[in-house]
Design a protein around this ligand. Structure first.
Ligand SMILES: *Cc1c(COP(=O)(O)O)cnc(C)c1O
Length: 241
């Protein structure tokens, strides 16, 4: 028998609570971001009926078709790499961006938010593993980007995000999560900017991320099940963002 989404959600919440308890954190310091990429509006409707209100998507093209077909009270976070030519649409579709990975993108977002007359909270993506196949700022670049961020009017950098290098044993992600926290602590002191949020941890390693200070865990498969090989009709992922 397949477990229901409600059961998987209950299990996840218990695991989050247990991870918090192990390190003396309060459960409400950690927010669950269901990552719904690959799933259509039906799955999101079911998750919304279970009480979830914030969802993560990683491709603008997929989100463009999906968001208007979902309940209007939901909030959407963008967790993927954002191409600058999709930035205006992202600013219109999303409430928060988890993975701002260049100074140029940060400045583009500031200009677009000025034009759109909105404010935008974001996190900076840091490539803590310095993995050449991954997006993100090098840890050494973070202070300079924070200095620029401190002068922006529309975009507020509220924290850092990372996707650690893939390791066979998910426990091996832990040092990367610690490094993101240290990078946050150092950057925050250096620039005198509060950076309360740490977006780190996915289905396979979120408990280690929580033990290292995550405030957002981004969970796809542990909540929705394996992503469909074939996208739901109308939500074809062309890989072009
Ligand atoms: C897909 C994705 C997730 C969720 O991954 P799971 O392993 O399915 O939990 C989290 N973060 C980002 C950036 C993603 O692209």
């Amino acid at each position: 028998m397949n477990e229901s989404l409600v059961q998987r959600l209950a299990t996840l919440r218990q695991r989050i609570t247990d991870a918090c308890a192990r390190v003396g954190r309060k459960t409400d310091e950690v927010r669950l971001l269901p990552v719904s990429k690959g799933f259509g509006p039906d799955a999101i409707q079911e998750a919304a009926a279970a009480g979830l209100t914030v969802f993560g998507e990683s491709r603008v093209q997929e989100a463009r078709a999906k968001i208007p077909a979902c309940p209007g009270h939901l909030s959407w976070h963008f967790v993927g790499h954002l191409q600058r030519n999709k930035a205006r649409e992202a600013v219109r579709l999303f409430d928060l961006l988890h993975a701002v990975d260049s100074l140029r993108l940060l400045q583009t977002l500031e200009d677009l938010c000025e034009q759109e007359g909105r404010n935008l909270p974001v996190f900076l993506e840091v490539n803590v593993g310095e993995d050449p196949s991954k997006f993100g700022l090098a840890p050494s670049e973070v202070p300079a980007v924070l200095e620029v961020a401190a002068g922006l009017r529309r975009v507020t950098v509220c924290g850092l995000m990372t996707v650690p290098p893939f390791t066979r044993d998910p426990a091996d992600s832990r040092p990367y999560f610690r490094r993101l926290r240290e990078c946050r602590d150092a950057g925050s002191v250096q620039v005198g900017m509060p950076l309360p949020e740490l977006s780190m941890g996915m289905s396979r390693d979120f408990e280690w991320a929580i033990e290292e200070g995550a405030t957002w865990v981004r969970i796809g498969t542990a909540l929705f099940g394996p992503r469909p090989v074939r996208p739901a009709p109308g939500f074809v992922d062309t890989g072009k963002g």
